[in-house]
Design a protein around this ligand. Sequence first.
Ligand code: KIV
Length: 276
Amino acid sequence: MSTTLSDNPKRLATSDILSRKGKTPIVCITAYAAPMAGLMDDHVDLLLVGDSLGMVMYGFADTLSVTVDMMINHGAAVVRGSQKACVVVDLPFGSYQGSKEAAFDTAARVMAATGCAGVKLEGGAVMAGTIAFLVSRGIPVMAHVGMTPQSVNVYGGYRARGRTKSGADEITTDAKAVADAGAFAVVIESTIEPIARAITEQITIPTIGIGASPACDGQVLVAEDMLGIFQEFTPRFVERYADVGEEISAAVRQYAEDVRTRAFPTLEHCYGVDKK
Ligand code: KIV
């Protein structure tokens, strides 16, 4: 059985995240598995089970092949592995854009199966009706505007958005639309800094920046990026806080050498042998 908010009253709710607008910055990080969620839980406010897991965990070229079942499996693991943080799970590409009803069916299934506190979906003004539909039916929604990776084939890449006046206006309109629709927070990804700063001043819900602005109400990073585990490329907006990838490689190199030279295992690692 999954852990749910009602099982654990100490867990932060989406309403707690909303109430942090303009206050201490909200700390958000991605999590895809129980042990990592457990390690990060004490330090962050929000664990995002992002569909970036398609690229980071499954080696896909983009996020488009991620399925609802994948999100449910990883989302449930993150809820089981954490006690305190608010857990939000991404709705994957194709599972919510078709209609409000499709979005509700997917979101309700994800929430029931994982015990997460809310869902995230990509899109601004075009998704406002869907966001209002979900929120009015009991599903807290975190929106995602700016560079939205599920639209990579429309944008032709992952470049920062909002460099032209019309592009900037579009992102601002998107952020206002999702706030008016009832989203409890909005991720702003890879936009020109002054746009994210101005949006943060203008809307009443928290902005969570990634490649956006230090002025946002919170920040999010992909854990494997900031830990140096995902090394395919490092976007400009990532700060490397550790080089865990190098540590993993060094540890496995040592293990391989120990096995090949019979330095491991020793009799201390075996059963039925008297300890001296
Ligand atoms: O999928 C994801 O991890 C995300 C964050 C980068 C915001 O959407």
